[in-house]
Design a protein around this ligand. Structure first.
Ligand SMILES: Nc1ncnc2c1ncn2[C@@H]1O[C@H](COP(=O)(O)OP(=O)(O)OP(=O)(O)O)[C@@H](O)[C@H]1O
Ligand SMILES: [Mg+2]
Length: 592
């Protein structure tokens, strides 16, 4: 019999979790200050390293906390009633705090590691972490700062730049304020006057950029507003101003790495971002601000809500079947579910563990706006009746290691979720000539953007790219992806005689890492018209020189950043476009 509620071990156990949580918050805070310093000092390599490392802090803190709890609770660590009491005590400790949402997710990370709970267990877990907190869709006074337009836009933006200071000086605050004012006026067509600007006080840091984020109020509307800052040479520059939902939504894309941003109340920050980008699910916004564990909680909650309020069934995803993944969807839900198959047909040589490693590699890498974020879930359970028969058969026969049936339920021990896109092969089938052309141009741009961040996608067939709501191409098939600097790019040796010329198989030695860009032409699988479009814009991708040059840049330790806006948006770039010729090798022009 477990001892009653006033058990001596309960309060110390809850305190251990609260301390682990506090440690985590401190660690994050240090990391955000680090991100600011890296930005101010142009320490791009450190910034990259920290981006990957900070993803470990959460699990490290949970692991340490659990070790302490083992010592404290002994065998009772496996007792559900004990955990029910620890939960209630932990809730008491967190009462009234502005970060209850993420703290409850943090608590559940402990119980999930102890019990491998299938679904959620209401007897000792927080069933809906953070639900019920009443934060208005807007922002508290301390989260944001407001600037009124009293003496003209340029004066207001001057005041903004003065309000946000960095260790490095502004390169040209006066000039930037005017350029921003001109740009905003042009965007608004000069018809409606800007009344005020509201900005989040915390600065958002990511890669080589820093972002001031908020909204602009005019007499007739509220618009999103982002100032993108860069630090090319130790002096801070306003690189771009973005004022449309589409553009700002690309800055907060699920295909980007997470921001470093300081905040006490994540939920309040998400509420502000939702007011700016109403179509973005809360889950994605939590991810974007670095609370990806709680993003998973939110995604799971919205899935449960969907299942409870709708009647659609899980079915096989549209498009071509994967050889490695069984992929399925709920037609009314914006997410795909991917389960690793038990066996892969040739020519696939990877193992399930290697597939997971590839997903981990992507998770930790700069995703450059071109690699979809995947969430890893364990021990999910759904009603069997919600599954289409064909899908269920596929899962039971080909994914038996991860999917089983139990008491009318489908239990899935491991899956990935990703934002649902339109597979490019499907998209091209229905696209008109202009859409197809744009997609193919962007297809080449994806390869450039990924190369800029030291990634080679591997399997380049159109079926492995998706088209987002904004018409951007995003890659999602990771089992053949690798770091660019681990590949060996080679030119095809010329055949020495007719026999070699006609040979179906290569007559020269090819190792696993060898890549022959001249062969991409065949892999692309484009119609002759679309191949011509591709060649017009990206012919250099079909020879080794481009790839070798990119490898050289990475070998020199250069960190290339793919900006989340078009170069036409870059204020100074535009001013000087006439003087400058862009380096054709560098990809810095993501298309919105
Ligand atoms: N995020 C997504 N949005 C929409 N559809 C997707 C998504 N991810 C996968 N799919 C669909 O599922 C199919 C298989 O997914 P994926 O390419 O990731 O698996 P795979 O087994 O690695 O594929 P391959 O056989 O090409 O190696 C895709 O071809 C596509 O039709
Ligand atoms: Mg695929």
């Amino acid at each position: 019999m477990p001892p009653p509620f006033d058990d001596e071990a309960i309060a110390p156990a809850a305190a251990v979790i609260a301390e682990s949580f506090a440690d985590y918050l401190n660690r994050l805070s240090v990391a955000v200050r680090g991100a600011r310093r890296h930005f101010e000092r142009c320490d791009w390599q450190e910034s990259q390293r920290d981006s990957a490392e900070r993803l470990d802090y959460y699990n490290e803190r949970v692991r340490d906390g659990l070790n302490r709890l083992h010592g404290l609770l002994g065998p009772r660590i496996g007792d559900r009633d004990t955990w029910g009491m620890i939960r209630d005590e932990f809730a008491r400790l967190m009462h009234g705090r502005g970060d209850r949402d993420v703290s409850e997710t943090f608590f559940n990370s402990f119980t999930r590691r102890v019990f491998h709970t299938v679904g959620v267990d209401s007897s000792f877990e927080f069933v809906r972490p953070g639900a019920g907190d009443d934060i208005p869709a807007g922002s508290g006074p301390s989260l944001t700062v407001r600037f009124e337009n009293r003496d003209g836009l340029a004066a207001m933006f001057r005041e903004v730049l003065e309000g946000f200071s960095f260790e490095a000086p502004w390169d040209d605050a006066e000039g930037d304020a005017h350029r921003v004012a001109d740009e905003v006026e042009r965007e608004l067509n000069g018809i409606t006057a800007v009344k005020a600007l509201e900005l989040a006080r915390p600065v958002f840091f990511r890669g080589k950029g820093a972002y001031l984020v908020g909204r602009l109020f005019t007499a007739t509307e509220t618009r999103p507003f982002v100032l993108a800052l860069t630090n090319p040479e130790g002096r801070i520059v306003v690189d771009a101003v973005l004022t449309t939902v589409n553009e700002v939504s690309i800055v907060f894309s699920f295909a980007r790495s997470y921001f470093f941003v300081e905040m006490e109340r994540p939920r309040e920050m998400v509420a502000l971002l939702r007011a700016i980008l109403p179509h973005k699910p809360a889950a994605e916004l939590y991810n974007a601000i670095g609370w990806n564990k709680h993003g998973k909680t939110e995604l799971y909650q919205s899935l449960l809500h969907h299942l409870a309020t709708r009647t659609d069934r899980f079915e096989i995803a549209p498009g071509q079947r994967g050889m490695v993944m069984a992929v399925f969807v709920l037609p009314g839900f914006d997410v795909v579910f991917k389960v690793i198959r038990d066996r892969f047909e040739p020519p696939k040589t990877v193992t399930a563990e290697e597939v997971k490693q590839k997903y981990r590699l992507v998770f930790r890498h700069d995703r450059a706006g071109r690699l979809v974020d995947a969430q890893e879930f364990e021990h999910l359970e759904f009603d069997r009746a919600r599954f289409d028969e064909k899908l269920l058969e596929e899962l039971c026969t080909q994914c038996a290691e991860r999917v089983r049936l139990r008491d009318g339920r489908v239990v899935i021990s491991h899956l990935y979720t990703e934002r649902r896109l339109v597979p490019l092969d499907v998209y091209l089938r229905d696209a008109d000539a202009v859409e197809a052309r744009e997609a193919v141009i962007d297809y080449g741009q994806v390869l450039r953007d990924l190369a800029a961040t030291n990634i080679f996608p591997g399997d380049m067939l159109t079926k492995n790219f998706g088209v987002s709501r904004n018409g951007r191409l995003i890659f999602y098939d990771y089992d053949e992806l690798c770091r660019l600097d681990e590949c060996r790019f080679r030119a095809l040796p010329p055949p020495r005689d007719d026999d070699e010329e006609g040979a179906g198989e290569p007559w020269f030695y090819v190792s696993e890492r060898d890549i022959f860009p001249e062969e991409f032409r065949n892999f692309l699988g484009l119609s002759p018209e679309l191949l011509a479009v591709f060649l017009e814009h990206h012919e250099e991708l079909l020879g080794p020189a481009f790839w070798l040059r990119m490898q050289e840049l990475h070998a020199r330790g250069e960190v290339l950043d793919v900006y989340p806006y078009r170069s036409a948006r870059r204020l100074r770039w535009r001013a000087r476009a006439a003087e400058r010729r862009p380096d054709p090798f560098l990809s810095k022009e993501p298309k919105p």
